[in-house]
Design a protein around this ligand. Structure first.
Ligand SMILES: *[C@@H]1O[C@H](CO)[C@@H](O)[C@H](O)[C@H]1NC(C)=O
Ligand SMILES: *[C@@H]1O[C@H](CO)[C@@H](O)[C@H](O)[C@H]1NC(C)=O
Ligand SMILES: *[C@@H]1O[C@H](CO)[C@@H](O)[C@H](O)[C@H]1NC(C)=O
Ligand SMILES: *[C@@H]1O[C@H](CO)[C@@H](O)[C@H](O)[C@H]1NC(C)=O
Ligand SMILES: *[C@@H]1O[C@H](CO)[C@@H](O)[C@H](O)[C@H]1NC(C)=O
Ligand SMILES: *[C@@H]1O[C@H](CO)[C@@H](O)[C@H](O)[C@H]1NC(C)=O
Length: 499
């Protein structure tokens, strides 16, 4: 017993003594990282080091993080994205080190010139050396964090994403697509491929808003969201038997998925079916701003008014089966008639909708406010057909007498309202709620919302499950910088932002 206790203590002591040398999951002051060496997370999942994406000589090196247990080099984060360093065999090599005088990680080239730094402005160390106890640690999640001596996180790579979203990362950030209007506050949902694969959570609080996701037990551990060179978002999973990445999902899906594809005051006809090109049309009363470009399939200039703008007394044309455009203002406590009246009496109102917010948390949140009104350009309008989440958009038409029904036009628009099953878009999630929060003022609570929606490749929504399925982009669509949204004070949201 004595012996084993002593052995134990000795072993423990040995462990303690050895520990600093064994921790190869970090960079500490005085121990820079050079090409050829790596820092590996404690559980072996991720590695940090220099890599050369091409075989050019001399090698152009980037500092990155990649999966350590996957044969194919799959880089999930890069530090010096625009400034590769040259590998040298002769002179001093490029290094990553904790810089003297600050708490910064600095990547220096062979000449000692800093090409990349974490640029933590606060927390200077002693002029000569970084604070003792400072470390840059590669966590098992793939996050590279700089920890101050007291354990606080001074900087982390997860806050500076490249093209890959890893579980636990928060994404806040460039519009790619927008879901239908959403007015919820916090969303938690679940995304499935056969078994539960990814839990996607959209969080909005007073302090911050972001989207993140996690993998449940049993999910393939190497699963990630990637933004491809062509701008698609893909959910990928490492397939061991194939030794390759499998694409489980890709967005935006469908011809009309891309945000604002048909320009201002145009709409994308998602019910047209088939065809490789999006079917862009102009809203009633509008014509292509550039007929020539339009005929060439370039829609970015959108549509302009054919005649004079509608006047106050003009009536409204109903466009059923529509994904309400972006840029709306939400008016509280109006039923359909009151919503119509709200728009009719406001001469700058060009359209209104009594939105179906069931899929988007509005109704379940006990908030009956469904009245959306538009004053300026109508952007990212989609004809979806009679699917859940579609609305009837009432568009003010110059010369249409109030109460008069523009039968031909309405029919023309309504008839093709056959399901565009490709669609999705479902569930709206947009950050509208955040803007509304400022306007409506009930923003103190956090709520969980169920979202509906479906990526056809993932099967049907299961009524028994707590959360409905929805598309990742719909959630991503909800991420928008809160203060910016608050400040701009116009329109709807759900633009996707990425850095
Ligand atoms: C850079 O050069 C060093 C020394 O020649 C070598 O060990 C290392 O593998 C090279 N690194 C890369 C990424 O090519
Ligand atoms: C460091 O950050 C400051 C403030 O954010 C910025 O003005 C400065 O340009 C940055 N410097 C570098 C080298 O990135
Ligand atoms: C930890 O240290 C940092 C500077 O290194 C300082 O800003 C922070 O206030 C400290 N936190 C605590 C809890 O002491
Ligand atoms: C899910 O996959 C398992 C095997 O991987 C299979 O047995 C099961 O039938 C699948 N379930 C569904 C709903 O496809
Ligand atoms: C992995 O690849 C094999 C072979 O292509 C395929 O049959 C299997 O369904 C894939 N598994 C997953 C989970 O994608
Ligand atoms: C009319 O609509 C505009 C734009 O939505 C809004 O800014 C303005 O306050 C409205 N005017 C009235 C009287 O409601």
């Amino acid at each position: 017993m004595d012996c084993s206790a002593i052995a134990c203590a000795a072993a423990l002591l040995l462990l303690l003594l050895l520990r600093p040398c064994e921790s190869d999951d970090r960079i500490v002051p005085g121990k820079p990282l050079s090409p050829g060496a790596t820092v590996v997370s404690e559980d072996g999942s991720f590695a940090l080091g220099f890599f050369a994406p091409s075989t050019s000589t001399p090698a152009k090196l980037y500092l990155g993080i990649w999966y350590n247990d996957i044969p194919e080099l799959t880089v999930v984060w890069v530090a010096n994205r625009d400034a590769p360093v040259t590998n040298t065999t002769t002179s001093p090599a490029p290094t990553l080190s904790l810089a003297a005088g600050t708490s910064d990680l600095v990547l220096s080239d062979a000449d000692g010139r800093a090409v990349w730094t974490t640029n933590i402005t606060a927390v200077p160390g002693t002029p000569a050396a970084p604070p003792t106890g400072l470390a840059a640690v590669l966590l098992n999640s793939g996050d590279l964090v700089i920890r101050s001596p007291n354990g606080t996180t001074l900087w982390q790579s997860f806050e500076h994403p490249a093209d890959t979203l890893l579980p636990g990362m928060k994404i806040r950030v460039r519009p790619v697509m927008r879901s239908a209007p959403w007015t919820g506050y916090m969303v938690a949902s679940q995304y499935q491929a056969n078994t539960s694969l990814v839990y996607v959570v959209f969080v909005g609080t007073e302090e911050e808003m972001y989207l993140t996701y996690s993998l449940p037990d049993g999910a393939p551990p190497r699963t990630r969201y990637v933004l491809t060179y062509s701008g698609e978002y893909q959910l990928q999973s490492w397939n061991r038997s194939r030794a390759a990445w499998s694409v489980l999902g890709e967005w935006p899906a469908g011809l009309c998925g891309r945000y604002g594809r048909c320009g201002a005051n145009g709409y994308c006809d998602g019910t047209a079916g088939g065809g490789a090109a999006p079917a862009c049309r102009c809203l009633d009363g509008f014509e292509p701003a550039s007929a020539e470009e339009w005929s060439r399939g370039s829609f970015s200039k959108g549509c302009r008014r054919k005649d004079e703008a509608p006047r106050c007394g003009d009536g409204f044309l109903a466009m059923p089966g529509t994904k309400s455009p972006d840029g709306f203002r939400r008016v509280g406590n109006r039923n359909l008639e009151e919503c119509a009246a709200e728009c009719r009496r406001n001469c700058s109102c060009v359209a209104y909708a009594y939105a179906d917010l069931r899929m988007s948390g509005g109704a379940s949140a006990g908030d009956a406010t469904r009245c959306l009104v538009w004053a300026g350009e109508l952007t990212d309008t989609v004809k979806m057909g009679d699917v859940t989440g579609s609305d009837t958009l009432y568009l003010r038409i110059a010369g249409l007498r109030a109460g008069e029904r523009a039968k031909t036009n309405a029919l023309k628009i309504a008839l093709p309202a056959v399901l565009a099953s490709c669609l999705l878009l479902l569930a709206g999630i947009s950050l509208a709620r955040f803007k509304f929060k400022g306007k409506i003022g009930n923003g103190k609570r956090r709520k969980k919302q169920n979202l509906g929606a479906m990526g056809s490749e993932f099967g049907e929504t299961n009524p028994g499950q707590e959360f409905a399925l929805f598309r990742f982009d719909d959630i991503v669509a909800a991420t928008r910088n809160f203060s910016e949204a608050y400040k701009i004070g116009q329109g709807g949201f759900g633009k996707v932002y990425m850095r």
